[in-house]
Design a protein around this ligand. Structure first.
Ligand SMILES: [Fe+2]
Length: 325
């Protein structure tokens, strides 16, 4: 049965003007496609998210304060979310990806949990004794390591060293928010027991191994990324990871891509030119290079960037386009 405000088919059919027809359509939650106030198709990707930069030294200082002010009993994670500075956004770093700085104090443990978003972390500072447990496997954290916690894998962190450990988390949570399949579960034992300790694991890309592979890498044909290697193939279903090595003085070829990228500085210092903006970076910093923003990097020192992107996802969807400019 039609709702009282719902127009009868006869009234719709006998509309004497477009205005009258629009008035009748509204309570039906129907919009005339030819009279839409905003377009639904456009020439090329919109530049909704902006190029942005976050400084590690500032984040580290803020985390040190948070270390005094909030403990891991109260916070599931002690982290600082790097939100893209566009109106209405307080979470996503780019359309599909989130980056956050996180710190864990000596002697602390962060509870184990699992969730449908894919996640990974780049270790910035850690003394021997800092670790992540992924599905019962304890993986030690060293600076430059990349540790994966894919969709629905249990993970928790701990620090048995004398110094705080700092890292940068990356998640595809904004994508999961858009698509809706969010699931989260705390570990039934709060802290997941350690079944074994592993030096080598598909969940860990050790810094030394990445450096060895980068030494042997040759520049790709278009030079857009300089010398680079891929971690995993791809690392996770929705996230691609590349380590990019840029020697001092080298400028990478300007390019634009439909992939959203976040760069984290694993080593060195330099400048990124992103769609007319110049962003200075040094070790531990984070740079957002949203989709279709032309960008290139210039290294001031020998540098290594971790490039976290949704390239794997877009390739799978047949939506990846990259142009060297
Ligand atoms: Fe998590």
């Amino acid at each position: 049965m039609m709702a009282p405000s719902s127009p009868a088919p006869r009234d719709l059919a006998q509309s004497s003007s477009l205005e009258e027809l629009y008035g009748l359509l509204k309570p039906m939650h129907v919009g005339p496609g030819w009279h839409k106030p905003t377009p639904s198709l456009w020439d090329e990707p919109r530049k909704t998210f902006v190029p942005a930069h976050w400084n590690y030294e500032q984040a580290r200082a803020a985390l040190d304060a948070a270390g005094r002010l909030i403990n891991t009993e109260l916070a599931e994670r002690r982290n600082l979310i790097l939100f893209n500075p566009i109106p209405g956004n307080d979470y996503a770093t780019t359309r599909t990806l989130l980056a956050a700085y996180q710190m864990i104090l000596p002697g602390e443990r962060a509870r184990s949990h699992r969730h449908s978003p894919n996640a990974l972390r780049l270790v910035v500072e850690a003394e021997p004794g800092a670790y992540t447990i992924v599905d019962g496997v304890k993986l030690m954290m060293a600076p430059g390591d990349v540790l994966l916690t894919p969709n629905w894998s249990w993970h928790g962190h701990g620090n048995e060293a004398d110094a705080p450990a700092y890292w940068i988390d990356f998640l595809d949570t904004p994508l999961i928010h858009a698509l809706e399949p969010m699931f989260f579960e705390p570990h039934p034992e709060i802290y997941e027991p350690v079944a074994r300790i592993a030096e080598v694991s598909p969940m860990r890309f050790a810094w030394d191994d990445s450096m060895q592979r980068l030494e042997a890498a040759s520049a790709d044909s278009d030079g857009a990324y300089g010398l680079h290697i891929e971690l995993g193939a791809p690392a996770m279903a929705t996230i691609s990871l590349h380590m990019v090595r840029i020697e001092a003085g080298v400028v990478t070829a300007p390019h634009r891509t439909t992939a959203n990228a976040i760069y984290a500085v694993a080593k060195g210092a330099g400048v990124s030119m992103i769609d007319g903006e110049t962003l200075q970076w040094s070790r531990g910093d984070v740079i957002a290079a949203p989709a279709w923003r032309p960008h290139s990097h210039r290294a001031l020192k020998d540098s290594v960037l971790l490039r976290v992107s949704d390239e794997a996802l877009l390739r799978k969807l047949d939506l990846l386009r990259t142009e060297v400019l």
